[in-house]
Unconditional design. Structure first.
Length: 655
């Protein structure tokens, strides 16, 4: 027998949870909810960390937490603070008892872990934060700095070394500093003329907002809430990865139709748990983080990292923004999941801290993960797929106004990137092999880079079972029906790092690679004898055909059927919630059409010895354009992500 359990701000935890006698807290309902039950939360603000006690038993016997239909429900990890007293100028101070925080005081917890980099010299940042009417502050290094904040309009992007704009310069004047004593925490904050006793002022208190304390609570749905203001820690792939919300190493969660914002680090976590490693590179200092990350893969296998127990989550139709590290993060725990129809923006652009684990979406070991039809913009990095990007599919997404759009690192494929718009100056960074790129539009650079100092795993198809590991020699990529328009290396990166290859406009970065598998084998035979060394000296084949190049973009020298055009321009224009592709295309564009391709039209991936397939093992179907138009087999369609694009001037809504 299933039940409806009601929660309302007017309720009592001594009630029975009926519509007439609702509970007061969501956690009280969570204590009682059993498989098949639905917890209905009514309008209002709930300041609690919801910690589910049980999971469901199957996809049809879930435990569902949802906002009542048509009602606005907010769950916050913060508390409102009053009783501020003037200190100096526009600076106010408040002292709060440490009992408010319990065993976890964000203002005492340093933001630390593997691969984190603090933006400036001086004191380390903390997990605490202060909010004025919902707008987060910056942490100052001392009490004196609170009185004299410096407005910033530009910042140097740590990766690209280019100047990026500060999205809200006035926000940089809102600063805080805290001192934690034995009994109380004192906070100084510069409110720039606002009265904190008259306005809404909140501070971080809880680590998470909706996150189980233990793993393996499966089949939970969270729907329709606003979830905000959590003191989430740094989440590298070598550590426990708690988010503002997440399943904590389980299977079958659905997180849908929520507004999620202001996580100190990560909003939604599909990541690993602590037993497979927790910041050992930082804590022990005896081995590089790469080695500990490699060990975590095998440790996860030993505790049941497989399709039967982990992953298969659905993250859809969420609005995720204003987070310090990631919108969605995950290592190992994200396998077989679907991330679709989300709007993700303003991730890691405050730049209070930096690290090599950031992105609107940042996933490691995204085996058979589908990332489709998301809008991702105004992020330090749109999507970063790192290690074991195998069976992963990036389809029909719109990227724009990011410092960088898509980075695929040290993976062996097969992975498929199709019908996307990549409109930022640094459109695609490919430090991997074994990919297929079909019908994309790239308005920025492509950076192709081998990685010969980190051998990473690959897997049996559609499985977490490790099949082997290898370096990234480069190549073994497929490029069909893409459109490259422009791409300025200087605008994307400034000066390239010493010893690194150049980012290019188009696929010219592959020049010198073999253009067929037969040519690759011939080059291998020409190498001096040796079991393995000769393979390291020869780049893998690149299979490129029927791509379009314009505005300075150039094709790979070995490409067949490349079309190069003059008089082409294109841009992505955002107008509120709508996004448009504005393009002028010459008559020659219509000659660049091609029939839809499928998985069996793509050459087999060499290292993983695998085909481009759907999750069920059938050939990949690549016949739906960016806007949802279905392509018929045998017909010719335009290159790029829009099936109906023709020569002429266009203004097409793409989101």
């Amino acid at each position: 027998m299933t039940s409806l359990l009601h929660v309302a701000t007017t309720g009592s935890d001594d009630a029975d949870g009926s519509a007439e006698r609702p509970f007061r807290t969501i956690n009280r309902a969570a204590e009682l909810a059993r498989p098949g039950d639905t917890v209905v939360v009514h309008a209002g603000e709930y300041r609690e960390w919801v910690k589910p006690r049980r999971g469901g038993l199957s996809d049809s016997r879930r435990i569902t937490y949802q906002a009542a239909e048509g009602e606005h429900v907010v769950i916050k990890g913060s508390e409102r603070i009053t009783g501020w007293t003037p200190d100096e100028g526009t600076v106010w101070t408040a002292t709060v008892p440490n009992t408010l925080f319990g065993e976890f005081n964000p203002f005492a917890e340093e933001l630390a872990g593997d691969w984190v980099v603090h933006a400036e010299k001086g004191p380390r940042k903390h997990l605490g934060d202060v909010y004025l009417n919902g707008l987060s502050f910056y942490e100052a290094g001392s009490r004196a700095e609170v009185s004299a904040p410096e407005k910033r309009t530009e910042v140097i992007d740590n990766w690209t070394r280019t100047v990026d704009r500060v999205r809200n310069p006035e926000q940089t004047l809102l600063v805080w500093y805290a001192e934690v004593g034995a009994e109380a925490t004192t906070i100084w904050a510069n409110f720039q003329g606002a009265d904190p006793n008259a306005e809404l002022v909140e501070i971080n208190v809880r680590r998470s907002v909706f996150y189980p304390l233990v793993p393996h609570l499966d089949y939970i749905t969270v729907r329709g809430f606003e979830l905000a203001q959590a003191a989430t820690p740094w989440t590298p792939p070598t550590a426990d990865q708690p988010g503002l919300i997440g399943p904590h190493w389980s299977k079958g969660w659905i997180i849908e139709d929520n507004v999620i914002h202001d996580a100190k680090c990560s909003a939604i976590s599909l990541g690993k748990e602590a037993s497979t490693g927790h910041n050992y590179a930082t804590e022990r200092g005896d081995k590089p983080g790469y080695q500990y990350q490699l060990e975590s893969v095998f440790s996860a296998r030993q505790i049941g990292w497989d399709k039967e127990h982990i992953g298969s989550h659905v993250i859809r139709r969420n609005h995720i923004y204003d987070c310090g590290q990631n919108g969605i993060v995950g290592h190992l725990g994200c396998v077989f999941s679907t991330i679709e129809d989300n709007h993700i923006h303003h991730i890691a652009v405050k730049r209070e801290f930096y690290g090599y684990e950031i992105g609107g979406i940042k996933l490691h070991a995204a085996i058979d993960v589908e990332i489709r039809h998301n809008r991702i913009h105004d992020c330090s990095l749109g999507t970063w797929l790192d290690w074991q990007t195998q069976g992963t599919r990036v389809s029909r997404n719109v990227y724009h106004d990011n410092s960088r759009d898509l980075f695929i690192e040290v993976s062996h494929g097969p992975f498929l990137v199709e019908h996307n718009v990549l409109a930022s100056p640094a459109a695609l960074e490919l430090w991997s092999q074994g990919g297929a790129f079909v019908n994309n539009l790239l308005l920025g650079t492509l950076w192709v880079e081998p990685v010969m100092d980190r051998a990473t795993p690959y897997h049996r198809p559609h499985s977490t079972q490790v099949a082997g590991y290898a370096f990234i020699v480069g190549g073994d990529d497929r490029w069909i029906g893409n459109v490259f328009i422009g791409g300025d290396r200087a605008a994307a990166y400034g000066a390239m790092p010493e010893g690194m290859s150049e980012a290019a406009a188009g696929t010219q970065g592959y020049d010198g690679f073999p253009a067929s598998f037969e040519e690759y084998l011939r080059r291998i035979e020409e190498q001096p004898p040796g079991d393995h060394q000769r393979y390291l000296n020869v780049k893998q084949a690149v299979y490129a055909r029927q791509n379009v190049y314009a505005a300075g973009a150039r094709p790979f020298a070995g490409e067949s059927g490349a079309v190069t055009l003059d008089g082409v321009s294109a841009s992505v224009v955002a107008e509120g919630d709508e996004v448009y592709l504005v393009a002028d295309l010459p008559a020659g564009f219509d000659a660049a059409g091609l029939a839809p391709v499928g998985g069996r039209d793509l050459e087999r991936v060499r290292f993983a010895d695998a085909e481009f397939e759907e999750r069920d093992g059938s050939p990949a179907v690549i016949s739906t354009d960016l806007t949802g138009v279905a392509k018929d087999a045998g017909r010719s369609y335009a290159a790029g992500p829009l099936a109906g694009l023709t020569a002429g001037s266009h203004r097409v809504r793409i989101w």
